[in-house]
Design a protein around this ligand. Structure first.
Ligand code: UD1
Length: 420
């Protein structure tokens, strides 16, 4: 597994270009199972998770081919309806094939995802929703076996707002007989991107962008093309890098309207932001003002930015708290940040951060995607050399992060191949 070696305290300057949203691509790609034909998904990021989703779809008979940032998908020859453990264990979003397979082919065998490095991640809402739509759900040797002749429209009220369950159930309901109402639907931009793609494929969906969706099932969909929205978490991570490292950077090809929770907190932290139509310029504050955050569903502060915010607050001028209400166990980065000199106390899902004058380079271990991003940020700010081991996780969700940061003036090198 690769590692990164960072020589910290370099000021960042210049422009960084944001890629397509991982979490949108991981929903758009399986949606192509809903109708046979050719698709072009533009602005698809080149990420390990996208490659994993491609491989998973290929095991079902789908072909995928990259032309620049466009992913060409052909679903004419889908002949297997299974998501094997080898793929699902690598990437939980593999569960997204469940809804489309049952809706279009009447059957699916999908490995249960299990937990994450940082805690349990249930799929009960996906399964309960499919059951309500009339599918039979059985468990067999760690696999979900879902079957249905044709799904039937129904009313589903999610007890928790779930991005994945909303996407999965919407993909199932578009081909159901009759109308489905989904209450407490997720309104994350990646879900809107998916729902608009489904509409382009011929689905009838009302209430997109709201928490109540009404989906009139249709007999068949047709292929369509789709542009993937920019990755708001990559953009947010780069903005935090700008705030932490001094200097002034332009985060380009992002959608600032998706980032207001992050940009408003950065302004509170003392950064100077100029927000354009598709770019944000950030000038680092001289002193970082402590800002408390509580993660919540969109448009609240994203849990996927929680780790990076803790890094930022580690060098703030005063104490702050970061509370994660979405994933209460997602704090594996905290002990690693402490190795870099951060002072953080963790009580359940509340991180209390003291704010120190400086961080010092050390060897730290990546544990999951966003934790890894937080360690890179801290390494960029730390004095001396930081080694971030096992950056495998980072490649799942950040496109060439070291190249993008190098272009901004950071000193970060990938050391490939050995077992670290
Ligand atoms: C998606 C994102 C992930 C992000 C998360 C929250 C993708 C591929 N991943 O994950 O990056 O961190 O949204 O914004 O888009 N829950 C249940 N039962 C379920 C499903 C979820 O209880 O069946 C709970 C979860 O434990 C969590 C909350 O719902 O507390 C939100 O999870 P959810 O929105 O489903 O996350 P994912 O779709 O897995």
């Amino acid at each position: 597994m690769d590692k990164f070696i960072i020589q910290g305290t370099k000021k960042l300057h210049g422009t960084v270009t944001i890629g397509g949203a991982k979490n949108a691509s991981l929903a758009l790609m399986p949606a192509t199972l809903l109708a046979s034909g050719n698709y072009e998904l533009s602005n698809t990021p080149e990420l390990r998770d996208v490659a994993t989703m491609s491989k998973l779809l290929q095991t079902m008979g789908v072909t995928t081919e990259r032309a620049g940032t466009t992913l060409k998908v052909n679903t004419f020859r889908v002949n297997k309806f299974e998501a094997p453990y080898e793929h699902v264990k690598k990437m939980r979003a593999s569960i997204y094939v469940l809804g489309p397979l049952v809706a279009r082919y009447g059957k699916a065998r999908v490995s249960l995802p299990g937990g994450c490095a940082w805690g349990p991640r249930p799929v009960n809402l996906h399964l309960e929703g499919l059951k309500k739509l009339g599918a039979s759900i059985d468990m067999e040797s760690g696999y979900i076996i879902a079957k249905a002749k044709r799904l039937k429209g129904t009313r589903i009220s999610f007890s928790v707002s779930s991005v994945g369950a909303t996407g999965n159930i919407a993909m199932a309901a578009v081909l159901a007989k009759g109308t489905t109402q989904i209450e407490n639907a997720a309104i994350e931009p990646e879900i809107t991107n998916l729902l608009q793609f489904l509409v382009a494929m011929g689905a009838r969906i009302h209430g997109i962008g709201t928490t109540t969706l009404e989906i009139e099932g249709v007999d068949a969909l047709h292929p369509a093309n789709c542009s993937t929205i920019p990755d708001r978490i990559e953009a947010g991570t780069m903005l935090v890098a700008g705030a932490m490292c001094g200097g002034k950077i332009i985060v380009d090809k992002c959608d600032p309207s998706h980032l207001s929770a992050v940009t408003s907190r950065l302004i509170d932290a003392g950064a100077k932001l100029t927000i354009g139509e598709s770019s944000i310029t950030i000038e680092a504050p001289k002193k970082i003002t402590p800002v408390n955050i509580v993660t919540s569903v969109y448009p609240g502060f994203p849990t996927d930015m929680q780790a990076q915010w803790i890094s930022l607050m580690s060098v703030a001028h005063g104490p702050s708290t970061v509370i994660d209400t979405i994933y209460t166990d997602r704090f594996k980065h905290v002990p690693e940040l402490v190795r870099l000199g951060a002072v953080i106390e963790l009580n359940d899902n509340i991180a209390s951060i003291r704010g120190v004058k400086k961080l010092e380079g050390a060897k730290v271990m990546s544990t999951d995607l966003r934790a890894s991003a937080a360690l890179i940020l801290a390494g960029l700010r730390a004095e001396g050399e930081t080694e971030v081991l096992r950056v495998y996780h980072l490649d799942r969700g950040y496109e060439s992060i070291e190249k993008k940061l190098t272009l901004l003036g950071a000193d970060i090198k990938r050391v490939a191949g050995e077992e670290f």
